[in-house]
Design a protein around this ligand. Structure first.
Ligand SMILES: Nc1nc2c(ncn2[C@@H]2O[C@H](COP(=O)(O)OP(=O)(O)OP(=O)(O)O)[C@@H](O)[C@H]2O)c(=O)[nH]1
Ligand SMILES: [Zn+2]
Length: 357
């Protein structure tokens, strides 16, 4: 049974200060390393365990975001001499990477904005030190998707590094790199080949004992391939590009935390098809500071940037200072956030009515 010191699994003063019950052989903190339905895999100073939340936890927990996720520290109680524990509580998170709960049963559009589904936060992973957003320099390349990740990460003040993968397949990587640098808003952009282990030495800086990093990106960008290359082991099955039929194609199905020889912890996540925003206006403003600064220079605060005098945005687009596409992408996120704010209010109203009865 693998035992790890608390420090080596990411515990620090932030968690110490939360006033956990005194540790004993039967009651201690553990970190969630994987989840399969309602069964959690945990690691602690006392070894590895599986666990479920208590009935009392379920009863007291209203929101899905408050259930344990990979990366969380939880307070557990050893049920008996077995390797099974009861999870009593989730310690306050330092941060998390979250999105709006995905819509089941197809996407719906309303006024050009994705709409529907439960208006709740879905936590993908928590207590993170660096978030790696991966994108392929191939058909998968999608600038608006990277911008969405940036808004989501900004909401939690997470440090982001953008990995542009499959450089080995790419004739002109500079074109991709400069496009991403233009919108990266200070995040480092690293071209790599996960399969051929090119550019991976630059990642070593972030792979430090006790730190937790996560790989995010759509299906097929190479997250599991990167994990395997870093661990020099086939811990995570990857898909085969040769299998165009899609039959037997392996894709990661659950989030899991792995230990790298450096002592760093790496969370591999399944590809996310849907990436609806869960953020505030100020997060968007920070990610699109170039656009927002121009809008602030328009003479009228309600400028529609069509024909108003002294509009700063329209001439900037016409002269190529700002690309029209970037402005359109900003508007799409802006509309989606407005809709989210409305839906959150509706949801809270419904919820408070329900809980009164
Ligand atoms: N040429 C090339 N192929 C790569 C590279 N990295 C990954 N691939 C291939 O891309 C395909 C998808 O890789 P995966 O690692 O399974 O992708 P993933 O992001 O983990 O996908 P999901 O598990 O579905 O989220 C596999 O066939 C990999 O061999 C790379 O650097 N170069
Ligand atoms: Zn204007």
């Amino acid at each position: 049974m693998v035992k790890k010191s608390l420090q080596s699994i990411g515990w620090d003063s932030f968690f110490n200060e939360q006033g956990c019950p005194p540790q004993s052989k039967l009651s201690f903190p553990a970190r969630v390393i994987a989840q399969h339905n309602d069964v959690y895999h945990l690691i602690s100073e006392n070894g590895e365990f599986t666990g479920k939340v208590t009935g009392r936890f379920r009863y007291a927990t209203q929101y899905l975001k408050d259930y344990p996720v990979v990366g969380d520290f939880v307070q557990v109680e050893l049920a008996n001499a077995s390797h099974h524990v009861l999870i009593h509580s989730v310690l306050q998170r330092k941060n998390s990477f979250s999105r709006k709960m995905p819509i089941s049963g197809g996407r719906k559009m309303k006024n050009g904005v994705v709409d529907g589904g439960i208006t709740e936060e879905q936590v993908i992973a928590s207590n993170l030190d660096v978030v790696f957003v991966m994108c392929g320099m191939d058909d998968n390349f999608n600038i608006s998707r990277i911008e969405r990740y940036l808004t989501l990460a900004k909401h939690q003040k997470l440090d982001v590094i953008i990995l542009l993968n499959k450089i080995d397949l790419c004739e002109r990587p500079e074109a991709y790199i400069s496009q991403v640098n233009d919108i990266a808003n200070g995040s480092l952009v690293l071209p790599i080949s996960a399969a051929n282990k090119m550019g991976l030495d630059r990642l070593a800086t972030y792979m430090v004992e006790g730190k937790t990093i996560v790989f995010l990106g759509s299906s097929g960008v190479g997250k599991s391939t990167l994990l395997n290359s870093l661990l020099e082991d086939e811990v995570q099955a990857t898909s085969q590009t040769s299998d165009y039929s899609g039959k037997g194609k392996h894709t990661t199905t659950h989030r899991q935390l792995f230990f790298h020889p450096s002592g760093c912890m790496i969370v591999d996540t399944p590809g996310m098809k849907e990436l609806q925003l869960w953020a505030e206006d100020e997060d968007l403003d920070a990610v699109f500071a170039d656009v927002v600064d121009l809008i602030a220079q328009c003479k009228f605060s309600n400028c529609t940037h069509r024909n108003e005098p002294d509009c700063a945005l329209k001439p900037a687009i016409e002269s190529g200072i700002l690309s029209r596409e970037r402005y359109t992408r900003y508007l799409t996120q802006w509309k989606e956030l407005n809709r989210l704010h409305e839906k959150k209010k509706e949801y809270m109203r419904k919820y408070s009515k329900k809980s009164k009865h």
